[in-house]
Design a protein around this ligand. Structure first.
Ligand SMILES: Nc1ncnc2c1ncn2[C@@H]1O[C@H](COP(=O)(O)OP(=O)(O)OP(=O)(O)O)[C@@H](O)[C@H]1O
Ligand SMILES: [Mg+2]
Length: 311
């Protein structure tokens, strides 16, 4: 499989000497969608900003589709890698939404007609049709995030990089955004997403890297969410669905592998119920109380024991 992104031994220090990245190596294959997880200050944004040369480091190497940052011209890299910044204000600098979304396609040298088409399609994908004449400055934060996304979609880059795409989005916009990311990936785009939104992770990616200055772990999303010690170390939690199934397990639901997403839960329940003559039997048994306390300890109130009076 072709590598879309290949980072080797990258280290980076900001001017004030903050060491933000240390010996980071990471590969993303063409057509993959991977997530980058890590606590605040882990260096996620710093790493992403290296992917199209906004930040550069002397230490280590980055290749985009086997083209090095140094040997290629940066314009060709920027055509291939579109980064949706964490802060949308960093992405908008024109007087209207239309101009901001048209900026990239105009720079690609497209005709006026094609630019118009790209803008209309990008605004429609983020649900902002009709917003073209608005001043980006006056939009709500969530709307700005969607315009920022449109400014990248309109360039149709092969690699899309999202930095905290779901933060500050209302639930419906968040769901639509997740759907857009999935669609882009199924169309063949390579996607890299830095996020704290653990519930979105299984929806958008199969593989994850955990970063805290350096890469602490990588593997399938399932493997990462099974590593409780690692999650604790990097301030992460498992998705809510996993917690629910752990609770069901205390009541006798039989599942070795915990589903990570709503889709997986439906598959899991269907399989289980079909395998049990159409019924799942939940009950309170002698260890239910103790097991619930252990789930609660792990996920909800780490230092508090509960008395489940009713059971
Ligand atoms: N311009 C800068 N100058 C100096 N230090 C910086 C600069 N930008 C970021 N840092 C520092 O680099 C480290 C990594 O920051 P970065 O923004 O990459 O983290 P992050 O993983 O994206 O965090 P978050 O989850 O909060 O977005 C932090 O310690 C931060 O304080
Ligand atoms: Mg960040």
């Amino acid at each position: 499989m072709k590598k879309a992104v290949c980072i080797k031994n990258l280290s980076f220090r900001y001017q004030d000497m903050t060491l933000a990245l240390e010996d980071v190596s990471l590969d993303v294959f063409e057509g993959e969608s991977v997530v980058l997880l890590g606590p605040n200050g882990a260096g996620k944004s710093t790493l992403l900003l290296h992917l199209n040369g906004i930040l550069r480091s002397e230490k280590g190497s980055i290749e985009i589709f086997e083209e090095g940052m140094d040997d290629g011209d940066i314009r060709s890299i920027r055509k291939k890698v579109g980064i949706v910044f964490q802060d949308p204000d960093d992405q908008m600098f024109m007087p209207t939404v239309f101009d901001d979304v048209a900026f990239g396609p105009i720079n690609l040298g497209l005709s006026e007609e094609d630019v118009g088409k790209r803008v209309a399609s990008a605004l429609s994908m983020v649900g902002l049709t009709g917003y073209g004449n608005k001043c980006p400055h006056n939009l709500s934060f969530g709307e700005k995030k969607r315009v920022a996304l449109a400014t990248i979609l309109s360039m149709e880059p092969e690699i899309l990089v999202f930095d905290e795409p779901t933060s500050n989005m209302d639930p419906k916009s968040r769901t639509e955004l997740i759907r857009t990311i999935k669609e882009l990936n199924s169309e063949g785009k390579t996607i890299i997403t830095a996020t704290h939104d653990v519930n979105a992770v299984p929806e958008i990616a199969k593989r994850a890297y955990v970063l805290n200055k350096t890469i602490l772990a990588y593997g399938t999303v399932k493997e990462i969410f099974e590593n409780a010690d690692l999650l604790r170390e990097v301030n992460l939690e498992v998705p809510e669905v996993v917690k629910l199934f752990e609770i069901l397990r205390c009541f006798g639901y039989n599942c070795e592998e915990l589903p990570l997403s709503v889709e997986e839960s439906i598959e899991h329940l269907t399989r289980t119920i079909e395998g049990k003559d159409g019924h799942v039997h939940l009950h309170i048994h002698e260890h239910t109380h103790e097991q619930l306390n252990s789930v609660i300890d792990r996920h909800f109130h780490p230092h508090k024991h509960h008395n489940f009076d009713k059971i």
